[in-house]
Design a protein around this ligand. Sequence first.
Ligand SMILES: C[S@@+](CC[C@H](N)C(=O)[O-])C[C@H]1O[C@@H](n2cnc3c(N)ncnc32)[C@H](O)[C@@H]1O
Ligand SMILES: O=C(c1ccccc1)c1ccc(O)c(O)c1[N+](=O)[O-]
Ligand SMILES: [Mg+2]
Length: 215
Amino acid sequence: TRTSRPQRILKAVQTKATVGDPQSVITAIDHFCRHREWAMNVGDEKGSILDSVVNEVSPVTVLELGTYCGYSTVRIARLLPPGACVITLEFNPDYAAIARQVIKWSGLEDKVQLVEGASGDWIPWMKEHFGVQAFDLVFLDHWKERYLPDTKLLEECGLIQKGTVLLADNVICPGTPDYLEYVRNSPHYNSQYYRSHLEYTKVEDGLEKSVFLGY
Ligand SMILES: C[S@@+](CC[C@H](N)C(=O)[O-])C[C@H]1O[C@@H](n2cnc3c(N)ncnc32)[C@H](O)[C@@H]1O
Ligand SMILES: O=C(c1ccccc1)c1ccc(O)c(O)c1[N+](=O)[O-]
Ligand SMILES: [Mg+2]
């Protein structure tokens, strides 16, 4: 039977990237998705913005919502200092299995906790299960209608504290209107839009960075 797109992405990594070299993994996936098959990784253009926010925040604890093949997980983890880690949630078991292998190929497994499950089920357990006090950075990149409910859930669980940075992908395309309205109108967030393009295309898209100001 036909392979899946994630399986073809993993094959591109295993044939084109060097074990232990995260940049070569990123380059291999971007080349495949630009020249062979589009896929919903954050991509190189928005990925550079993600990089700059990670470097600016220099987070100790990162939460990523939506792993897919692990492309953005590798982008984030490669910038983390020793002792820092990214917890990434993925509820599709096939995608999670591919992501584990991509993350392993990049040599970053010590900086990544991939949790197979739904954000709504796992966020309430973050403190108890992972000993997380609050997240320094949250990268929202899962189904778009979950951005707002999961942000409210993170607030309710005390996982967003003064200074926590939320970085949301796709606020224009496919779009997250209710989330955008919330963070831009809330007195508790300072929000700014980074204009870019939908991964591997000329279509407008962008990232919204929202800093929690405290209660
Ligand atoms: C756009 S892809 C993630 C891309 C990845 N962040 C990257 O840039 O390489 C979205 C992923 O979120 C997953 N997902 C969607 N809703 C979710 C939820 N509520 N909990 C966990 N994973 C979810 C989907 O299965 C899919 O793999
Ligand atoms: O929703 C889609 C989508 C919709 C239709 C077809 C393919 C993908 C999408 C597109 C670009 C993204 O960066 C992204 O994160 C997603 N997503 O699924 O979360
Ligand atoms: Mg996205």
